[in-house]
Design a protein around this ligand. Structure first.
Ligand SMILES: [Zn+2]
Length: 422
């Protein structure tokens, strides 16, 4: 038993915001209340001055196992996730081999059970090898434990294939997650097209590359009635499509990454730590994303944690792979860039890490008797400096190295066990 004393319980699902005790008994929450009497049986965690939230869920990460163990493993990635306050992470299928069949799904689930610091919920490929041709074994993968499908790394190749994927996923009640871009517009680009790409002499990717595909996918969601989730949404145009879809009561959701609400294309320099896909957007796009996070148009903050070992990133900008680390700076960036900046409330930020992503997956996350004992305990004023070199991740590709923050995860609890404590 674990008794969390005197924390400020902030639970968007139950609209709780009060100083309370939370008693965990094994994998479940036993009781939530003021001054719980545990008869001295439980280990006590003093949470005075800290926020006690439902366990954070990350809808989008790359753990690189199987096949990319030079950059990350399920063990190292989930330890990094625990440090970031995440109790469950959804890993994208673009491993080697691609997670497009039940045996790969099972191997990920088994490896996570043996070595994972937090829960790992695999996402299965939509098409075989994510090649955009034949449908993957979606139903068998669902039985093996996938929570969604995606060809992330690239878009579902055609509208026709998207229709097939959605028709297949609809009766299985699986969300289809799409990495939206138009390959003909993306073609060879490395950063957002605009004055800054011209200045740097780097090939640009127009914002429309993303929003065209978002529009296509929403048309398919309208046609099929399936659940559609837009990964790493980064432009005002994409957000306008999602808003319209929500107004029309389609089952369309979206996520935004911390680097997209923090940085813009003005921050890009000849340093591959600023190279990600989708690329950092213009300032007006970034401001639109923040407005969407605040007003409920955006459902979740997702990290798109994308580790790449040093040798692969330490090359010219054009040749470097896309992607940055995300777990350990996500909450701190949210607190600094959104809450402290007065853009959204602390309760809304917590929602974007908890009940928001849970809803996308069709599950519930809340703090109450009988619920799973997954909790994220964090401080809003702990001062610290992020040092990528100290990360349990195998990779160091982040634009936020050496950045100082106010606010941090202090303890991550999964199934009643403290898996990380600052
Ligand atoms: Zn992606």
């Amino acid at each position: 038993m674990l008794l969390i004393r005197n924390g400020r319980v902030l639970d968007p699902a139950t609209k709780t915001d009060a100083v309370l005790d939370v008693l965990l008994d094994g994998e479940r929450i036993a009781e939530v209340g003021a001054n719980i009497d545990d008869a001295g049986d439980a280990e006590v965690f003093d949470a005075q001055g800290l926020i006690v939230a439902p366990g954070f869920i990350d809808l989008h990460c790359h753990l690189r196992e199987p096949g990319g163990e030079m950059s990350e493993t399920i063990e190292t990635g989930t330890r990094s996730a625990a440090r970031g306050g995440f109790t469950a992470v959804c890993c994208m299928p673009n491993t080697q081999p691609v997670n497009d069949n039940a045996s790969v799904t099972r191997s990920i689930v088994d490896r996570a059970a043996a070595a994972g610091a937090v829960r790992v919920w695999p996402i299965g490929a939509a098409s075989v090898a994510s090649k955009g041709e034949a449908l993957a074994e979606i139903s068998a993968m669902k039985s093996a434990g996938i929570v969604a499908v995606s060809d992330d790394g690239k878009p579902v190749a055609t509208a026709r294939l998207m229709r097939q994927v959605m028709d297949y996923c609809n009766p299985l009640d699986l969300p289809v997650i799409d990495h939206c871009e138009d390959p003909s517009l993306f073609a060879g680009g490395v950063m957002r097209e605009g004055p800054n790409s011209l200045k740097l002499g780097l090939q640009g990717i127009p914002a429309a590359s993303e929003s065209i595909c978002v529009g296509r996918d929403i048309e398919m969601a309208l046609l099929t009635g399936a659940r559609l989730h837009i990964a790493h949404l980064s432009t005002a145009g994409s957000l306008a499509y999602v808003r319209a879809a929500k107004r029309n009561r389609l089952r369309v959701t979206c996520e935004v990454t911390p680097h997209h609400f923090t940085l813009t294309d003005e921050d890009v320099r000849y340093d591959a730590h600023y190279k990600m896909n989708p690329p950092l957007a213009s300032r007006s796009d970034r401001d639109a994303l923040i407005a969407g996070l605040a007003d409920g148009s955006v459902d979740a903050i997702a990290t798109d944690h994308a580790p790449h070992h040093a040798a692969s990133k330490d090359v010219e900008f054009d040749r470097a792979p896309f992607g940055v680390l995300g777990f350990e700076t996500a909450l701190a960036l949210g607190l600094t860039e959104l809450v402290d900046a007065g853009k959204l409330s602390l309760a809304r930020l917590v929602e974007l890490f908890t009940t928001g992503p849970a809803r996308v997956l069709g599950i519930e996350r809340k703090i109450g008797a009988g619920e799973v004992a997954d909790l994220t305990i964090f401080s809003t004023d702990h001062q610290w400096t992020y040092r990528a070199a100290d990360s349990p991740s195998k990779s160091r590709n982040t634009p936020f190295d050496s950045r100082s923050f106010r606010g941090a995860p202090m303890a991550t609890i999964v199934a009643g066990t403290i898996v990380y404590r600052r």
